[in-house]
Write a protein that binds this ligand. Structure first.
Ligand code: HEM
Length: 152
């Protein structure tokens, strides 16, 4: 019967949506969800990522609030932890190359921490255009870091 077929299809779509929706929520806060066996740097990056996603959403409308300030503070906190963490890719390099690689890695995270400090000051000072521009700039720093230190 046609009505039955349509109802069944509607029911299946509803079931699929119910099952898939929570997955969407999880993927909003983490890239793939930190695993307990992941190295600390991955866990720190997941925290940075969760806050960055929320912040970027707000930056589109430039309506920053208290939550935005907390997100920036979270990003600073975990960028500092990441700065002092071991990097799997560098650990696999020959020892002679590691020191220079860590220097470059740390310099990028210092740039990220400095930019985040400027974002916090811009939000607090009500300079929303500047804050949004700097949040965009973070994307470039992330790209540089990932191009160099995240395995393909
Ligand atoms: C807004 C800034 C950034 C965001 C949102 C971000 C986000 C992420 C995410 C989602 C991951 C993958 C975690 C997973 O495997 O589940 C990751 C991994 C990583 N990121 Fe970032 N990242 C940022 C900046 C940086 C910077 C600046 C560097 C380097 C200086 C960097 C270095 C790394 C490294 C080394 C890993 C781990 C790679 C591995 O699994 O060996 N990230 N990041």
């Amino acid at each position: 019967m046609k009505t039955f077929a349509m109802n069944r299809r509607a029911w299946m779509i509803m079931m699929a949506a119910t099952l898939v929706a929570p997955l969407g929520l999880v993927s909003q806060s983490t890239a793939r969800g930190a695993d307990k066996d992941d190295p600390p740097i991955v866990k720190f990056m997941e925290e940075i990522n969760g806050a960055y996603k929320l912040l970027r959403r707000t930056a589109r409308r430039k309506n920053f609030d208290e939550e935005s300030q907390k997100q920036v503070s979270t990003m600073i906190e975990y960028s500092k932890k990441a700065h002092d963490a071991k990097v799997p890719m560098i650990e696999k390099m020959p020892e002679a190359k590691r020191e220079a690689a860590y220097k470059e890695f740390k310099a990028l995270l210092e740039k990220q921490i400095k930019t985040l400090g400027e974002i916090l000051a811009a939000i607090k000072g009500g300079d929303n255009d500047k804050a949004a521009q700097l949040i965009d700039d973070l994307g470039g720093i992330k790209k540089d870091g990932h191009d160099k230190f995240v395995p393909a």
